[in-house]
Design a protein around this ligand. Structure first.
Ligand code: HEC
Ligand code: HEC
Length: 156
């Protein structure tokens, strides 16, 4: 009984060895050969921002309250305007409604919500920082009291 089993194993091992030898030798039929080179050459790193800017007019379509108050603010009056995207990140990849309405998706696509750290890193002196500056930065859409008073672009 034991001998019979061992013989069986030996035969099986031999068979798989033969199969291995056969398969490794020749190229596999039907395997695609390398085709045309990739269409776009990879861009050198560090030459472009991760996301493109779209400009504040694009944001205005959906965020008129924020836009109008921003347009009259000191941020908009700087020689180098501090625009929506200066603070919220370049918008090309998050401005579509499908992405914007999903906070997680929007953030993954580059949307930033700046806080003290962001604002004091390049622009404001930490010593002059006040915590209500973020609330005052522009007007905010009032929290909807009823489903009716929802986003101005509802249903789009
Ligand atoms: C097609 C409409 C649309 C456009 C264009 C758009 N947004 Fe939005 N955005 C929304 C909606 C909808 C929400 C989620 C609900 C809300 O806050 O009104 C939102 C939310 C936000 C929020 C709040 C995110 C949070 O975490 O609370 C910020 C900040 C924002 N948008 C910035 C921008 C900026 C900056 C631009 C321009 C680059 C822009 N949006 C363009 C529709 C839009
Ligand atoms: C100087 C930086 C700065 C600029 C410029 C700026 N934002 Fe904001 N934005 C903020 C901060 C900070 C908040 C969070 C406020 C808070 O703490 O509730 C915010 C919040 C928002 C929100 C969330 C909803 C709300 O109203 O609170 C939207 C939408 C938004 N901004 C859109 C815009 C748009 C559109 C522009 C350009 C027209 C813009 N922001 C320009 C800093 C900025």
């Amino acid at each position: 009984m034991v001998r019979k089993l061992m013989l069986l194993f030996a035969v099986a091992a031999l068979a798989s060895l033969v199969a291995l030898a056969q398969s490794s030798g020749k190229p596999k039929p039907g395997k695609p050969v390398a085709k045309e080179p990739a269409k776009e050459a990879p861009k050198p790193a560090g030459t472009e921002p991760a996301h493109k800017a779209v400009g504040p007019e694009k944001c205005k379509m959906c965020h008129k309250i924020q836009y109008d108050s921003w347009a009259g603010s000191k941020h908009a009056a700087q020689k180098e305007k501090v625009e929506c995207e200066t603070c919220h990140g370049n918008g090309a990849d998050y401005v579509t409604m499908a992405v914007m309405k999903d906070e997680a998706k929007a953030k993954a696509a580059g949307l930033l919500m700046p806080g003290k750290e962001f604002c004091t890193a390049k622009c404001h002196h930490a010593a002059q920082w006040k915590d209500d500056m973020c609330q005052k930065v522009h007007a905010h859409k009032p929290k909807p009291a009823s489903p009716k008073a929802d986003s101005p672009v509802k249903g789009k």
